[in-house]
Design a protein around this ligand. Structure first.
Ligand code: NAP
Length: 339
């Protein structure tokens, strides 16, 4: 079988596709023939050496796959050979075949495609975790979403609208305005748009209830300013540390240096909360499992519908990552591993 590895920290030339042995599942694992795998922005950052939770080089990235079960370990009860599944992989998903723990895989209803399924675990679980689980989202709440046209951005807007949002403000490159508006958001261009002002204007001067910030650096304080009293800010990324294909230590340092250190007393007086969110470091897998069950039900009922920007053959993984670095994606980018 073949899999993708990052040979070393660096640009797209550090990506290789290699032949390797098929892994054997342990007693509590299944072997999945991967048909589609999701690409996440974190995959790009870990290639650049900017992702603390990544394994040592060389390694195979990939957090999510959808495919068919080829083998089951002896203790597997709820999944059988031949089942169509979606799975969370803690790395290793960029591979023709991957072993997964049973409690990280879910059998797919027939009507859900491998593409929709592979687009779901990271983007939708992250958005749901922030808005619903941590955020206790209420009907009529308002939301600010950055990178609104991306994987998490489109998932968050669908979930917010499903949960009865009154206002959803989304920022992105100006060329994605129509796309963002078609997703049910009020668009603010990140080139010169003033999202704090728009959030206040659209909420009668109060500010939004939830702000999702994956940008980091000084941007975080602007998102905090866009909140109403009682509002919640979720800091869940640092895309400003990664402006180019190759690692920029200056940009990474600037992001870290400019990220605000919040004063709990000021937060108390303004009744605002700040959550740090890293799904890869979330320990209680049962919580994630419950999120997936809820989201799979919504997917089956057609209440959410992952937006697929494009699907690249896995041998073209460098082009797929370049597409995201170039900020061209509107929705999720997938890798095709179908045999
Ligand atoms: N903490 C967690 O558990 C977690 C989980 C999932 C995702 N995230 C974070 O959420 C953010 C979005 O992730 P995603 O996987 O959904 O990615 P994505 O939004 O599908 O793709 C990247 C998009 O982000 C925007 N962008 C902003 N700065 C960029 C840069 N420096 N280089 C390239 N694109 C940039 C671009 O759109 P525009 O320029 O048009 O906005 C681009 O199209 C990332 O920061 C990621 O690390 C965090």
């Amino acid at each position: 079988m073949r899999k993708i590895i990052y040979r070393k920290r660096g640009g797209l030339d550090s990506i290789e596709v290699i032949d390797c042995e098929t892994p054997t599942p342990k007693s509590d694992e299944i072997l999945v023939e991967v048909h589609k795998a999701g690409i996440n922005f974190a995959d790009l950052m870990m290639r650049q050496g900017l992702y603390g939770a990544a394994p040592d080089f060389p390694f195979t990235p990939g957090y999510e796959v959808a495919g068919i079960v080829l083998e089951c370990g002896e203790d597997i009860k709820g999944i059988a050979i031949g089942d169509r599944v979606v799975a969370m992989t803690n790395f290793g998903g960029y591979s023709q075949q991957v072993v997964v723990q049973e409690n990280q895989a879910w059998v797919l209803p027939e009507e859900v495609s491998f593409a929709s399924a592979a687009a779901m675990p990271v983007a939708y679980v992250t958005a749901f975790h922030m808005l619903s689980f941590l955020g206790n989202f209420q009907v009529g709440n308002s939301v600010l979403i950055h990178h609104a046209a991306g994987g998490v951005g489109t998932a968050a807007s669908q979930i917010a609208n499903l949960l009865g949002a009154s206002v959803v403000v989304g920022t992105s490159s100006s060329g994605k305005k129509d796309f963002v508006e078609n997703q049910g958001m009020i668009h603010v261009s990140k080139e010169g748009g003033d999202f704090v002002k728009v959030c206040k204007e659209k909420t009668g001067g109060k500010g939004v209830d939830h702000a999702l910030d994956p940008v980091g650096g000084k941007h975080v304080m602007l998102s905090y300013k866009a909140l109403c009293s009682g509002g919640r800010l979720y800091v869940f990324g640092a895309s400003s540390a990664s402006p180019k294909i190759r690692t920029s230590w200056l940009a990474a340092y600037r992001m870290w240096r400019q990220t605000p250190r919040f004063d709990p007393i000021k937060m108390m007086n303004s009744n605002k909360s700040v959550f740090g969110v890293h799904m890869g470091m979330w320990d209680d897998k049962e919580v994630l499992k419950q999120h997936m069950i809820k989201l799979a039900q919504w997917l089956k009922e057609g209440k959410i519908d992952p937006i697929i920007d494009s699907t690249f053959h896995f041998e073209d993984v460098a082009a797929a990552q370049k597409h995201i670095h170039d900020r061209k994606n509107k929705g999720k980018v997938l890798l095709d591993f179908s045999p």
